[in-house]
Design a protein around this ligand. Structure first.
Ligand code: 5GP
Ligand code: ZN
Length: 113
């Protein structure tokens, strides 16, 4: 997808602080971290939201979810972490390529907002 920053990162055209990569996904540190550890897990197929996802893309999201515990372990998040997937305007989604935020490295508290 042209002009998609996460497609460009996935293609290696824009540098990122990569923590994991395979043929299906890339995980890299958020450029503006909102927790001590803030990593984005991005399937290497362009779609903006779960509502736009096809069956093959759903398989990629499943692979991301299966891989996240190992990524989190590599990030030292043994005490836990929070996952966020912003969907659309009211959620504040700014990059319209589906991604899963991993937030942790600190006590996140019991409230989500
Ligand atoms: P959203 O608000 O769409 O759920 O999250 C997008 C995230 O992407 C934001 O947390 C933002 O800081 C991050 N981001 C935007 N552009 C870049 C970039 O070029 N590199 C990295 N590493 N993160 C980015
Ligand atoms: Zn994209």
């Amino acid at each position: 997808m042209e002009n998609c920053i996460f497609c460009k990162i996935a293609a290696g055209e824009i540098p990122s602080a990569k923590v994991y990569e395979d043929e299906d996904m890339i995980a890299f540190r958020d450029i503006a971290p909102q927790a001590k550890v803030h990593v984005l897990v991005v399937p290497k197929s362009h779609f903006a939201t779960l509502a736009e996802m096809d069956a093959a893309q759903a398989e990629l999201v499943k692979k991301c979810l299966v891989k996240i515990p190992a990524i989190a372990e590599g990030l030292g998040l043994a005490n836990g972490y929070r996952l966020i997937v912003n969907q659309g305007r009211d959620a504040g989604q700014t990059v319209h390529h589906l991604h899963i935020h991993i937030l942790g490295g600190q006590d996140m508290g019991e409230k989500m907002l």
